[in-house]
Design a protein around this ligand. Structure first.
Ligand code: ZN
Length: 369
């Protein structure tokens, strides 16, 4: 057993990490295989942070990441004294957080040979925060290892990029994701459905397989697309998308965080203001992530429509929606389907650039009618 077992379809990344781990354990190694700053990149859901956390385990485990010792288990639980995982639910990581992190990272490791910091969303560093981090990476402490994660190398400052070794994870295959979910105890048929609907996004597949509300939300969205026929129904569908967003998932996510955020013992109004700002930023990010996921689902639906229109016999991504797909295929030519797919992708980009969510979705629905 190895901590790298759960990194599916990432053979070349694993090989690089294993040789780095071997080099780090050998006192005499002159090789350049180990370095103190790494950048894990790859599309959302490819397992960037899982790869970074597995590498962190392997660095602090005496056996190079056995997956079963106290070090490996505590890293996995987020409780290892020398491994810190920084994730953010907000839109950005601020300079104050980085200053504190850099300070903690400079301490000597308490039990392991390294102190390892995993930063899950390095693309969310503000410019000043990135510069504060750069200083720490430029003047490396021999015992500290930085593992930064971002969608692509262009999402971090060039100065940081040039001082890190980057690794590119690929989108795992649907079959590999289904196998992973089955290993985790999910029934094979549910695992197949969830991994197909999520198209290689591990986290999304797992969420879909284990949350009935996520499955019915996906179904509602895809079915509502079939009802878009004219301007009025386009607006209704857009509104419905926004409603589902508010009522279901957003509330569920808020509830999950509620326990941490409602207990304000301080009467300090500055602290409350900061907290409100943080909550707002978190909500904005949740809305954006949620809508992006919904748009991806809709894109896979039109991909299936295009496949059906072309008469190909390839496998549908959304098999459970076969009737909706057949209806949509009969409604217009494949040229129009391509245009709709392009409109969906353009809307995702617009949303990523902070556009107003409802307006963007309304504009899209009008193009889908
Ligand atoms: Zn171990």
């Amino acid at each position: 057993m190895s901590v790298f077992d759960d990194l599916i379809d990432q053979e070349s990344v694993i090989a690089t990490l294993e040789s780095a781990v071997n080099a780090s354990k050998s006192d005499t190694s002159e090789s350049q295989e180990m370095t103190h700053a790494w950048l894990f990149t790859g599309p959302p859901g490819s397992g960037r942070s899982n790869a970074a956390i597995a590498f962190a385990s392997a660095l602090v485990c005496e056996s190079g990441g056995c997956g079963t010792c106290v070090d490996c288990v505590t890293v996995k639980n987020g409780a290892h004294a020398d491994v810190e995982v920084m994730s953010t639910e907000g839109l950005s990581i601020k300079i104050d957080e980085i200053r504190e992190l850099v300070l903690r990272a400079s301490w000597s490791p308490s039990v392991a040979n390294y102190r390892v910091v995993v930063m899950e969303d390095a693309d969310r560093l503000t410019e000043s925060a990135a510069n504060a981090l750069l200083k720490a990476i430029e003047e490396p402490n021999q015992q500290t290892v930085w593992l930064l994660c971002a969608p692509s190398t262009t999402d971090v400052l060039p100065t940081i990029r040039s001082r890190t070794r980057s690794l590119l994870l690929r989108t795992p295959s649907v079959t590999a994701v289904a196998e992973l979910l089955t290993r985790e105890g999910i029934s094979p048929s549910m695992a197949r459905f969830a991994s197909s609907a999520s198209q290689g996004h591990i986290g999304r597949a797992r969420y879909l397989a284990t949350h009935e509300s996520a499955r019915s939300s996906r179904e509602d969205i895809l079915k509502s697309i079939a009802s878009v026929r004219d301007i009025a129904s386009a607006f209704t569908a857009a509104q419905k998308l926004a409603e589902i967003r508010n009522e279901r998932e957003i509330q569920a996510m808020k509830d999950a965080w509620g326990a941490q955020t409602t207990k304000i013992s301080s009467s300090n109004s500055k602290a409350i203001k900061e907290l409100e700002k943080e909550q707002k930023s978190r909500t904005t990010r949740m809305v954006r992530d949620y809508l992006d996921r919904a748009l991806l689902d809709i894109a896979t639906l039109y991909r299936d429509v295009l496949l059906t229109q072309s008469g190909e016999t390839g496998e549908l991504i959304n098999k459970d929606m076969t009737q909706v797909i057949i209806d949509l295929s009969a409604r217009h030519e494949s040229v129009a389907t391509v245009a709709k797919l392009q409109a969906i992708m353009a809307s995702r980009e617009t949303l990523a650039r902070n556009a107003a969510p409802l307006l963007t979705v309304e504009g899209l629905m009008l193009q889908l009618k």
